[in-house]
Design a protein around this ligand. Structure first.
Ligand SMILES: [Zn+2]
Ligand SMILES: [Zn+2]
Length: 272
């Protein structure tokens, strides 16, 4: 029995004798099947291929963990470290002993939450390696869980404070259950929002964007864009960390979301 990992989206599947026929995550219109057809690997396969994880501090109390060379979608996970416990936001496929000891040295993981199913990756393996902290998966995206496990806690989507000062917020959009994580103490007390691609940091980094599908360029409806802006409105934050190394809106981030949403909706409604 093996736990197969999709080589296009990076999601790990429940144990099986042979690879699954298809990857429903990749068959969905928001993703795509690799150009060479559906391919699979395993954790051992990744290790043997020479993958490793890079661990870098973004700011005091916030650490990024990403796989090198790039694997699949190429996101990095974020570990928010607080005196009350650490929260892992988003996950990656690869995990090895070096990563486990590095994360243990930072205080381990007390809760796992995710922006959306493309970043579920090996979340159950990660939880099991760190003493089985709960993984909060929105009820709205339950059908996208490919490896069910008792550590998964289905969440009704109402704002949830995972440890004091760290709140999971469902904003919808890219997926029905798409979520962001608010860290009140981040950016020297201005507040930080971790967004994955629930809110995607644009390349000029003064703007963000919103898409139903990023690889397939399917835009988002104005109502959903406004729903995202409304969901984060009650929270203060000066900085956004998106899902990849370097995707950071360093300052004035809340205003950046507001003006980006306005620009997006204006453009999509033009001549409508
Ligand atoms: Zn896949
Ligand atoms: Zn995605």
């Amino acid at each position: 029995m093996e736990r197969f990992i999709c080589k296009t989206c990076g999601v790990e599947y429940a144990e099986s004798d042979s690879p699954p026929e298809v990857c429903p995550i990749c068959e969905d219109e928001r993703q795509y099947v690799g150009w060479e057809g559906q391919r699979w690997t395993t954790m051992a396969g990744l290790r043997d291929a020479g993958f490793r994880n890079e661990i870098r501090e973004h700011e005091a109390g916030l650490t990024g963990i990403g796989t090198t060379p790039r694997f699949c979608i190429g996101q990095r996970a974020l570990l928010v470290q607080t005196p009350h416990g650490n929260v892992l936001y988003d996950c990656i496929s690869y995990l090895d002993d070096a990563t486990i000891s590095a994360v243990e040295n930072l205080g381990g993981i007390q809760a796992i939450c995710l922006s959306h199913p493309h970043f579920y990756d090996s979340m159950v393996t990660w939880s099991h390696a760190f003493g089985r902290p709960p993984i909060y998966v929105p009820e709205a995206d339950k059908q996208h869980v490919m490896r069910p496990d008792p550590v998964i806690t289905y969440w009704d989507g109402r704002p949830l404070e995972l440890v004091p000062g760290v709140t999971l917020i469902q904003c919808g959009g890219h997926f029905e259950g798409s979520a962001v994580l608010h860290w009140a103490e981040g950016a020297d007390g201005q507040g930080v929002l971790l967004t994955g691609d629930s809110i995607a940091v644009a390349n000029d980094r003064r703007f963000v964007s919103f898409m139903t599908s990023y690889p397939n360029n399917i835009p988002m409806s104005p109502a959903k864009v406004r729903g995202i802006v409304d969901a984060i409105e009650p929270y203060s934050f000066g900085r956004i960390y998106g899902g990849w190394w370097g995707t950071i809106v360093a300052e004035d981030a809340k205003e950046a979301v507001r003006r980006s949403a306005e620009r997006y909706v204006k453009r999509i409604m033009e001549d409508a």
